[in-house]
Unconditional design. Structure first.
Length: 114
């Protein structure tokens, strides 16, 4: 299994952007998403990481009541803000894992023409 030195992605959002309560406006909400148990060089491993990121984004931003347009807009904005950094960290982790696999693969052998 391919593992990177950094095996977590940190998602963070200022509570002010997702919460209207003044007491929480100074808080920073963050969640670490571990991928040390995943083979990110595989499509399946990358898909599991994406699901974990999506779940963490939902945990940070919450879910909106579909009848409350203002709440839906706030949750949507939060998801966009949090997802930007997390998606980039995920892409970097996957790319690094795939580069490691390519770098460790044996070179193709030369076949002599007859």
């Amino acid at each position: 299994m391919i593992r990177s030195v950094l095996t977590t992605i940190t998602l963070a959002a200022a509570a002010a952007s997702i919460c209207t309560a003044p007491a929480l406006a100074q808080d920073l909400v963050s969640i670490k998403v571990s991928y040390s148990d995943l083979n990110l060089s595989s499509t399946a491993g990358a898909a599991v990481l994406q699901r974990r990121i999506d779940a963490a984004v939902t945990q940070i931003c919450g879910r909106a009541d579909n009848r409350d347009l203002q709440q839906r807009a706030m949750v949507s904005q939060c998801r966009q803000e949090v997802s930007v950094g997390a998606e980039e960290q995920g892409r970097q982790a996957i790319a690094k894992a795939r580069e490691t696999v390519l770098a460790s693969a044996p070179p193709p052998s030369a076949v002599a023409a007859r």
